[in-house]
Design a protein. Structure first.
Length: 141
């Protein structure tokens, strides 16, 4: 899929299997099964001060699976034509974001942890950090 062809409809909220136990639950994520791509990088955001935002960019190639490992936050997705908000607040749900989608992460609850599984290693050239440039690029299609 080309960057300019991707839409919010190509992103998806998925529910993972939970194994219940009186001592606590567990969720396992398997590459290319639960995570629909090969994982090359894992990182997490934490200790985000109240009122702060993260994201504010799009990727040219990178796919992401974002999980609220603890607490909650909102992810605003924009494909250049429409915008939608996902509220993540359960560690057994994840949001798949495809390349070519602008994302912002807001409204972090106290103690929240945003876990991100990425399809590529960090590459500054893969980022589009200017929203007006992103919009112009998306509207070329």
């Amino acid at each position: 899929m080309k960057f300019t062809d991707s839409t919010i409809n190509n992103c998806s909220l998925i529910q993972f299997n939970r194994i219940h136990n009186r001592a606590g639950n567990i969720t396992a994520l398997n590459e290319l099964v639960d995570v629909r791509f090969k994982v090359k990088r894992v990182y997490y955001l934490y200790d985000v001060p109240g009122g702060e935002e993260r994201g504010g960019h799009a990727h040219k190639k990178l796919k992401q699976l974002i999980i609220a490992a603890s607490g909650s936050f909102d992810i605003i997705l924009d494909d250049g034509k429409q915008e939608t908000i996902f509220h993540l607040n359960r560690p057994y749900f994840g949001l798949i974001i495809v390349p070519g989608i602008w994302r912002e992460i807001k409204n972090f609850s106290s103690g929240s942890i945003c876990l991100v599984l990425a399809s590529e290693l960090y590459n500054a050239k893969d980022y589009i950090r200017n929203k007006s440039l992103f919009t112009k690029w998306k509207l070329k299609s």
